[in-house]
Ligand binder design. Structure first.
Ligand code: C2E
Ligand code: CA
Ligand code: CA
Length: 725
């Protein structure tokens, strides 16, 4: 007689036994397992035609297990059991189907015995067991090798297990940030063994410490070599900073019970000359939450050694937020089951987004793994996920192919960069006020002798804006900025004469104007290409605070806005000053900057009195000449870092940016001087009659009221202007 065979995996023994009884009553031949290892063993021995999987089990990832079944093309049908709520269950059912598994039913915990019986009898109804065909008898189902304890021991001893590397990149800048190390076991005879299988085998046979040690050692060895071979000084196209890269190694929960682990790992780092700061240890969410108090202890010790810590597979378990916040993690990795299904499933996207936001609010970096599509890359960038990992970027690779990949990745990035730079068509163009105002402002705010806007060309760096600095360009090999492009945020050299990479640089050893301090913030196009920097240089060593970094980043954002702005649309064509909308956009950005730095902003409105009569009396040509003359007077009397516009037909506006409490503005005397100049330049030549040109002013400032909104400033300045006699 042909009996249907049912294999159950559930960590809850009571439920498992209950299901077994029900199924046997329905006429099934049943085996119940409560661990992954037992399950996989039975899978090949028992050859079930129906499988019941509990989605949520402490030691086994049900979702992964289903994926694996699909991968090995197991033709059993599936019943999904879960207490995770209908949505999760349904979406994993969808995902299993997408992986080619057939779903025979779903049981939501808690379920009644009648429901279980119904699902099982339905299955029998629809699956009358047929006899195997002759062909199937000759060619047995594909042979799946499930190695045991001794096989693993042997594999560990004979070097069959080795480390592969999967790149991680920045979602926003596309910079290569590091790698995750993944163990691979390739057997000559049987082929590859799946990591989740042999990792669990290692855990239960007490070989996981040896495995972790082996993988960790290989990883450090490779990583140290990589840092040595990829020497940016030798390759101009590589804007790579090996010191910036990280290497992430998976640590099993069993490893964490080994009290010697922190010392062993840090010793290994020391042997290879790798800084623990560059090493991230990945611990699964379920492991971290298993025994939070004990975990806190060992994780803290690892953190003290300098290691970064990532929560792996986040979203699958049910972490208490309080515990999560208490554990010393630095990275949160969204489980790949959500990322891989995110293109089709709104639920998965909702999970991803909330994990990313959770990471943000806890001050952790968010990492999405399992990124397989470009649509997903875009989505992740849009919701502000920091780091990407997945087949859409690269598959895990052995050491050598990974090195080739790195080289190619950098070359592609550089090509895209240069292409974007050429498209921008900015190289060798004249200096412009709209850029100079930002470098001049930077000089004032940071009190440095030199601030530059530099573009890194193929073989040189060229300065779009370089007030009070003679060189228009320097060779790329001396460029600090080219290195800054390899950094996520602001790159700082406090004292170049002590910096290993720069101390022999010509610009540092040059006795004339030696560089000591450098801070550069990359300028990035919307497509992510980094073209150059806004940078500060001093001939004295200097400290640069986090607050200062933020201000520099904001100034760099102003430069980025200028790069995207349409100059033709922004200028008033008569006076060549900004027009009103261009002025307002820049003023708003400036106010945002002021909110976070100690700046006092003044908005000054200058209205020409009786300009209509002036035009009527002396003619429009004279009127135009007067406007041009006033524009010149304003340029002369305000700083180049101020923003000046022709606000309307007969109005001008100036936004003055001052360091609060440090720079006093003598507004009355400036206005007097403007009026004197107008009298001298305009009235004496253009206005011989009794009608003389005069201006009225109104001013508002942020230093007096704490409210920073542009409309309020404008309203106040206009109010003052109207009150004038
Ligand atoms: P994991 O730590 O979550 O590792 C990420 C897994 O996602 C890897 O599977 C990787 O190959 C896979 N992956 C990455 N991007 C994509 C993608 O775009 N699409 C798909 N379909 N998969 C992607 P792998 O290598 O099979 O490893 C499975 C699990 O085995 C790992 O999951 C980890 O838990 C464990 N593991 C692997 N190596 C080690 C190790 O050295 N030590 C320990 N303790 N565990 C390891
Ligand atoms: Ca991992
Ligand atoms: Ca993971």
């Amino acid at each position: 007689m042909n009996t249907h065979k049912l294999l159950i995996i559930d960590d809850d023994e009571q439920i498992g036994e209950m299901l077994k009884t029900i199924a046997e009553q329905c006429g099934f031949h049943v085996i119940f397992t409560d661990t992954a290892l037992a399950f996989y063993e039975q899978l090949s021995l028992f050859e079930p035609d129906l499988i019941m999987v509990d989605l949520i089990m402490p030691d086994v990832d049900g979702v992964q297990l289903i994926e694996r079944l699909a991968d090995i093309n197991h033709n059993a049908k599936l019943i999904i059991i879960s207490g995770a709520g209908k949505r999760v269950v349904n979406s994993s059912a969808v995902s299993a189907q997408e992986h080619g598994m057939e779903i025979a039913g779903v049981l939501n915990k808690p379920f009644r015995t009648a429901e279980a019986r119904q699902v099982l009898t339905d299955f029998i109804k629809h699956n009358r067991r047929r006899r195997p065909t002759a062909k199937e008898k000759i060619a047995p189902a594909q042979d799946h090798w499930f190695p045991g304890e001794d096989d693993l021991q042997q594999a560990l001893d004979s070097g069959l297990i080795n480390a592969h590397f999967q790149p991680k990149i920045s979602s926003h800048t596309k910079l290569l940030l590091g790698f995750e190390v993944l163990a691979r076991w390739h057997d000559e005879e049987h082929g590859g063994v799946r990591p989740d299988y042999f990792i669990q085998l290692a855990e239960r046979t007490h070989q996981i410490d040896s495995l972790t040690r082996l993988v960790f050692d290989q990883a450090m060895c490779w990583f140290a070599r990589l840092s040595r071979t990829v020497n940016p000084d030798q390759s101009m196209t590589l804007t790579m900073e090996p010191d910036n890269l990280t290497i992430a190694v998976n640590i099993s929960v069993v490893n964490l019970q080994n009290r010697l682990l922190p010392d062993e790992l840090s010793d290994c780092c020391e042997q290879h000359g790798v800084s623990p700061q560059q090493v991230i240890l990945e611990v699964t969410e379920t492991a971290a939450m298993e025994n939070p108090t004990e975990m806190l202890d060992i994780l803290t010790r690892l953190r003290i050694k300098g290691f970064g810590l990532a929560i792996d597979d986040f979203g699958v378990g049910y972490s208490s937020l309080i515990q999560l916040a208490r554990l010393p993690f630095s990275e949160l990795k969204v489980d790949r089951s959500f990322v891989m299904t995110g293109d089709e499933s709104a639920e998965s996207r909702a999970v991803i987004k909330s994990v990313v936001n959770l990471a943000k609010s806890l001050g952790l970096k968010s990492v999405a793994e399992g990124v397989e599509s470009h649509a997903m890359r875009r989505y992740l960038d849009q919701i502000g996920c920091d780091i990407l990992q997945g087949f859409a970027i690269a598959k895990p690779m052995a050491a050598e192919p990974c090195e080739v990949w790195i080289e190619e990745y950098y070359q592609t990035m550089e090509q895209q960069r240069v292409k974007a730079l050429k498209t921008l068509d900015i190289l060798d163009t004249p200096e412009e006020y709209r850029f100079d105002r930002i470098t001049r402002l930077a000089k004032r705010l940071f009190d440095v002798p030199v601030a530059l806007i530099s573009f890194v060309d193929v073989e040189r760096q060229w300065f779009k804006s370089h007030p009070d600095f003679d060189l228009p360009e320097t060779p790329r090999e001396f460029s600090f900025c080219a290195h800054a492009l390899g950094f996520q945020e602001v790159f700082v050299v406090n004292n170049a004469s002590e910096h290993p990479r720069f101390r022999n640089n010509e610009l540092v050893t040059d006795a004339d104007k030696p560089i000591r301090f450098y801070a550069g913030c990359p300028l990035q196009m919307p497509g992510g290409e980094r073209l150059g920097t806004l940078c500060l240089i001093d001939s004295e060593p200097r400290h640069f605070s986090d607050q200062e970094k933020i201000v520099l980043q904001q100034l760099a954002a102003l430069v980025e806005e200028e790069l995207e702005a349409d100059e033709y649309q922004d200028l008033d064509h008569l006076t060549q000053l900004f027009n009103r909308s261009a002025f307002e956009r820049r003023s708003r950005s400036m106010l945002t900057l002021a909110e976070r730095s100690q700046l006092a902003i003044y908005l000054l409105l200058i209205d020409i009195d009786d300009f209509r009569q002036f035009n009527e009396l002396y003619g429009h040509t004279a009127g135009d000449t007067a406007l041009i003359a006033i524009a010149d007077i304003l340029r002369e009397n305000f700083r180049q870092s101020d923003i000046i516009s022709r606000f309307s037909g007969d109005e001008f506006s100036v936004m003055m940016i001052n360091k609060a409490d440090r720079e006093e503005i003598q507004l009355a005397s400036i206005v007097d001087r403007i009026n004197q100049e107008i009298d001298r330049v305009i009235n004496q030549t253009l206005a011989p009659n009794s009608l003389k040109l005069t201006v009225s002013t109104g001013v508002a400032t942020t230093s007096e009221n704490s409210h920073f909104s542009y409309s309020k400033l404008l309203y106040e300045a206009q109010y003052q202007l109207r009150r004038r006699p």
